[in-house]
Design a binder for this molecule. Structure first.
Ligand code: FES
Length: 316
């Protein structure tokens, strides 16, 4: 896909760790349009990419002149957020056209739940739902209001449908059981945040009998390495065997070995990299599979999941 070349137009510090970036063309040329929930993948100097969801506080126009994103600095991460936080106004930046793996479902009432920096796609969703006159609730959960981006703007923009949940305030802290229990039978639940929040939502929603088709989620970051992560082997259909390092994903190890693999989010939430497991025991770290699928161990997401056995044989 051809890359777009743009410029960082403006950088605004929102909290100690979160900054907002407006990206566009210096001459105001229109950029490709997007829909609520879409993200843009930006190129990093090491050849990797990082995807960030687009923020819209005003109804999204077909030909926007800038993309607005917010990035939380993760000093322990793989370096994408550190690079982004080093950008200043005027810096050239290249990126792919917007893509949407987290779209709204037209016509249905919605419950939006954001955890931390997972707020970014939810802002565009809330703006779009409000413009369409559609019923929705908007929940934003985090450790404390001082470390959460856009709190005052969201309160002003969305009024009574907006609910702030702060862990350090028992009167407002998120009560997931109550939220799930009270969801309208026709509503769709959209969740963006850390893996723990998404896993908890899925488990509670399943227990409450909410159809999987009405739950939509997006992780805002790749799962972190876990203590005890060790190398293991992956055998593919050609008979070749690759070693996956302790700090490497299966996708990374296969690509390094010259194998062409399909993937997109590299966070474990889009399902594009899913492949069949012929033998071995996967260590699932995605948010795509249901509990039953995990237990069966017949498929896995190779961008984040690892192995509990010394070797996995995969249908690749
Ligand atoms: S690339 Fe999205 S789940 Fe693996």
């Amino acid at each position: 896909m051809p890359k777009l070349e743009g410029t960082v137009l403006k950088v605004t510090k929102l909290t100690d760790r979160i900054s907002e970036f407006c990206i566009g063309q210096r001459d105001g040329t229109a950029l490709p349009g997007f829909t609520a929930g879409a993200h843009v993948s930006f190129d990093l100097p090491d050849g990797d990419t990082r995807a960030y969801s687009m923020i819209a506080f005003e109804p999204i126009t077909p030909n926007p002149t800038e993309y607005r994103i917010a990035v939380q600095h993760e000093p322990e991460g793989k370096g994408g957020s550190t690079h982004m936080h080093g950008l200043t106004a005027g810096t050239p930046i290249s990126f792919a056209a917007p893509k949407n793996d987290f779209p709204l479902h037209d016509g249905a009432p919605a419950v939006l739940l954001a955890g931390g920096i997972g707020i970014t796609p939810m802002i565009s969703m809330a703006t779009t739902l409000r413009a369409a006159g559609q019923h929705f609730e908007f929940h934003y959960s985090g450790r404390s209001a001082g470390v959460m981006a856009y709190v005052e703007t969201l309160q002003e923009n969305f009024g009574d449908v907006f609910h702030l949940h702060c862990d350090d305030d028992p009167s407002s802290a998120l009560n997931l059981d109550a939220l799930i229990t009270e969801i309208d039978v026709a509503a769709h639940l959209y969740v963006c945040g850390p893996k723990g929040l998404i896993d908890a939502c899925r488990t509670k929603a399943e227990a409450a009998g909410i159809d999987n088709a009405r739950i939509h989620f997006e992780l805002f970051d790749a799962p972190e390495a876990q203590d005890g992560d060790a190398p293991f082997e992956v055998e593919i259909n050609s008979g070749e065997v690759f070693t996956v390092g302790a700090d490497q994903s299966i996708v990374e190890a296969l690509e390094k070995g010259g194998v062409d693999v399909m993937y997109d989010c590299q966070r474990g939430d889009c399902g594009i990299c899913q492949c069949d497991v012929i033998s071995g025991t996967p260590d699932h770290r995605d948010v795509v599979l249901s509990e039953d699928e995990r237990a069966a161990g017949k498929v896995m997401q190779i961008c984040v999941s690892r192995s509990k056995s010394p070797r996995l044989v995969l249908d690749i």
